[in-house]
Design a protein around this ligand. Structure first.
Ligand SMILES: NC(=O)C1=CN([C@@H]2O[C@H](COP(=O)(O)OP(=O)(O)OC[C@H]3O[C@@H](n4cnc5c(N)ncnc54)[C@H](O)[C@@H]3O)[C@@H](O)[C@H]2O)C=CC1
Ligand SMILES: N[C@@H](CC=O)C(=O)O
Length: 303
């Protein structure tokens, strides 16, 4: 295995890798090799150059990089060599999900990205389950932990900058938190969910609302609500009083409600950001790969 990125998410995956005597960790890609890490990978395992990192010839690349363009290039390079990829980067995957999927199919590699949508909540898995039950009519979801955390803090009277600083300190926010605040992060997640629900014709949401310092909380709970159907999607700051799935989402909670064409409803909720839940999702994808006999070259699947 090779681990790209060792920050909030990668730093949660690393101890699990080091704890497994049956897993050989052959490289860790980082920007600052001298940074203190605990546990620390052996110095010879640290790389700053993606090409040198891939030259270690791992069976699986676990991508937890914060730079989407480096991430996308790395995923492409790995898949094109038949190396399986587990990614947490919604921006990288959403930037070219069809191309990456085609590449994986062509080389027999597997691309998985459960952690990229919903953090610790198995949202893509739930959409797949719903789709197996029947056609999906509509998805409604809270997809950004930072914004949910901030909306809760703002409703409790905390200042905007303090709420943002707290979300950053907790490891919920993106390296550039404007992705959270402008809805760009939720938009990439909604696109990936829409594609899973409605097929490859899915598009990015056409309306995305920003959470800014001018936001005035009222008495009713407001959420950054992502809604999509087969025609399109949008992300708005919407009142959700009377809808406990969304109204009662504490901290960095995320939730999804999937309504099938026949009226049946599936919903899931949990922690949408942070080290523990997100590293857990990455680990679940990795465990599925291991269980499927990774390295045998028999996959070519995507989730
Ligand atoms: N933090 C969270 O709760 C969640 C994060 N994600 C996604 O996981 C990914 C990682 O997020 P975090 O761990 O929070 O970020 P982070 O900023 O804590 O860690 C990023 C890591 O990537 C490395 N890195 C960045 N650019 C690099 C480059 N050019 N070359 C080599 N290494 C580079 C950094 O050195 C660092 O080790 C992002 O794509 C994020 O959207 C997904 C779900 C939840
Ligand atoms: N910044 C993101 C991290 C998880 O995807 C969020 O706050 O939801």
């Amino acid at each position: 295995m090779a681990l790209a990125g060792c920050g909030v998410v990668g730093g949660g995956v690393l101890p699990r890798l080091l704890d497994r005597p049956d897993i050989a960790l052959v490289g860790v890609l980082v920007q600052t090799p001298g940074k203190f890490r605990s546990p620390a990978p052996a110095p010879g395992l640290l790389f700053t150059d993606p090409a040198a990192f891939l030259a270690r010839e791992p069976d699986v690349v676990i991508d937890t990089l914060s730079d989407a363009s480096v991430s996308l290039a790395l995923i492409r390079a790995a898949l094109s060599r038949g190396i399986h990829v587990v990614s947490a980067s919604k921006q990288a995957v959403a930037a070219d999900v069809e191309g990456l999927s085609a590449l994986a199919t062509a080389t027999g590699a597997t691309l998985r990205y459960s952690a990229a949508v919903g953090g610790g909540v198995p949202m893509l898995e739930t959409v797949r389950l719903a789709r197996a039950l029947g056609p999906i009519r509509r998805i409604e979801a809270v997809l950004n932990g930072t914004v949910n955390f901030m909306l809760n803090r703002l409703a409790a009277g905390h200042p905007f900058e303090a709420a943002l600083a707290e979300a950053q300190a907790a490891g919920f926010a993106e390296a550039d938190p404007s992705a959270d605040l402008t809805g760009r992060d939720a938009a990439a997640k909604l696109f990936l969910l829409s594609r899973a629900a409605f097929g490859p014709g899915a598009r990015l949401p056409d309306r995305v609302e920003t959470l800014g310092p001018d936001f005035q909380p009222g008495p009713a709970p407001v959420r950054q609500l992502a809604v999509a159907d087969s025609v399109g999607g949008q992300i708005t700051l919407a009142p959700v009083a009377g809808d406990p799935l969304f109204a009662e989402l504490a901290d960095a909670g995320n939730a999804i409600r999937i309504t099938l064409a026949d009226g049946r409803v599936l919903s899931r909720s949990g922690l949408g950001a942070g080290r523990g839940p997100t590293a857990g999702s990455v680990w679940a994808d990795l465990s599925d790969l291991l269980a499927s006999g990774v390295g045998a070259g028999t996959n070519g699947a995507e989730l």
